[in-house]
Ligand binder design. Structure first.
Ligand SMILES: Cc1cc2nc3c(=O)[nH]c(=O)nc-3n(C[C@H](O)[C@H](O)[C@H](O)COP(=O)(O)OP(=O)(O)OC[C@H]3O[C@@H](n4cnc5c(N)ncnc54)[C@H](O)[C@@H]3O)c2cc1C
Length: 343
């Protein structure tokens, strides 16, 4: 039976990085992954250019029942440390928006970088290689193997095990619930997983009036959740407000604004989107003599402007009652389905 100091299950972003760091500190590491291809999720990340870090990353952006959980890790390895690593590997990159760092060329460069870091740490990698069983020995002397694994390439012993099998999205590129199963098997309490950083899709009928905006991207202010700390959950965030880019798609809403808001939104809750952040919209409408003039005063893209001002379009909404100029009131009277709340 082969023996290692550490076996890391899962060769995605976390597993590759952990293996390289441990290997370079003198730990004898075996890295296992059941997928045919290496680190497919890194490859598709950032639209193929891997948004590999954010210059301003801090514990405030991490969601957890225990918000302090990430603090020590982030203090000991910062976004700048990763940027320095990327620079050391001579990978060209740029800041796209609000501190987001992307490769100039391809995500594959980040995969290759992590592989080279693993090689520098003498990491052994078995891939594809499935793990059939994982057992913990009841008692072990200090330094002795504590774990036994049955793998597709034979049995293995290890002092430490790292489960880096990732989350549930995209099973067809290797995602499984392995980590959750092992955690349950070990008796850990599980916080029920739910989707985060995802686009929002709508029922076809509800979305039809907005489908004409598909492809439009604009900066919005978006708010999801209550914005308050949940009762009984010290420090847990239950809402947030961002100024970010929103993308209309043929099925719903996407873009950084919605991806971020999705982590705070719960089914049944309202999602508030201000399409012209910073603008005093009721005053704008009150001053404007026509929908064209009102739309022109915004920084909206032209598709958005023309959809809004088209007579009969359900894209436009009324400002709060009592502050409408005559042309808005007229349009409301001829279209009783239109909402009376906010622009
Ligand atoms: C479309 C998309 C775009 C994204 N863009 C970005 C971005 O630009 N920037 C960013 O920071 N994040 C991005 N993300 C998120 C990012 O990809 C993930 O957070 C990250 O890849 C997670 O890394 P991980 O190592 O935890 O898990 P994964 O990358 O999922 O790796 C887990 C590995 O474990 C293996 N595995 C699973 N089960 C088993 C098992 N039973 N036995 C053996 N091996 C197993 C899998 O094959 C996989 O290789 C994006 C995600 C998606 C889906």
């Amino acid at each position: 039976m082969k023996r290692y100091d550490a076996v890391i299950v899962g060769a995605g972003a976390a597993g590759l990085f952990c293996a390289a760091q441990a290997g370079q500190r003198g730990v004898r590491v075996l890295l296992l992954d059941h997928a045919e291809k290496l680190a497919e999720k890194i490859r598709i990340s950032g639209g193929g250019r891997c948004n590999f870090t954010n210059r301003d990353a801090s514990p405030a952006q991490f969601h957890s029942e225990n918000p302090a959980f990430c603090r020590s890790a982030l203090a000991r390895y910062t976004a700048q440390d990763f940027i320095t690593l990327v620079q050391r590997h001579r990978i060209a990159f740029h800041e796209k928006h609000r501190g987001q760092m992307f490769c100039d060329d391809s995500s594959q460069q980040i995969i290759d970088m992590l592989l080279r870091e693993c090689e520098a740490g003498g990491v052994e990698r078995w891939q594809p290689c499935a793990v059939a069983a994982l057992r913990q020995r009841p008692v072990a002397a200090a330094g002795a193997p504590r774990w036994e694994l049955d793998t597709a390439r034979g049995p293995v012993e290890a002092r430490d095990i790292v489960i880096a099998t990732g989350g549930l999205p995209i099973p067809k590129i290797g995602a499984t619930d392995f980590g959750l199963r092992i955690a349950r098997q070990a008796g850990h309490a599980i916080v029920e997983p739910r989707p985060a950083l995802v686009p929002l899709t709508f029922d076809v009928a509800d979305w039809t009036p907005f489908a004409e905006l598909s492809g439009v991207s604009l900066e919005v202010e978006i708010a999801a959740g209550s914005g308050k700390v949940a009762a009984g959950q010290a420090g847990a965030k239950r809402g947030a407000r961002f100024v970010e880019d929103l993308l209309f798609t043929h099925r719903g809403l996407s873009g950084p604004a919605v991806l971020q808001a999705s982590s705070y939104w719960r089914p049944g809750e309202a999602l508030a989107i201000r399409l012209a952040p910073g603008a005093d919209w009721p005053a704008l409408l009150a001053q404007a003599r026509s929908p064209r003039a009102a739309a022109s005063a915004t920084s909206w893209p032209s598709t958005c402007r023309s959809a809004w001002r088209r007579p009969g379009s359900r894209v436009s909404r009324c400002p709060p009652s009592g502050r409408c100029p005559r042309w808005v009131t007229r349009r409301c009277a001829s279209s009783p389905n239109r909402s009376r709340n906010g622009a």
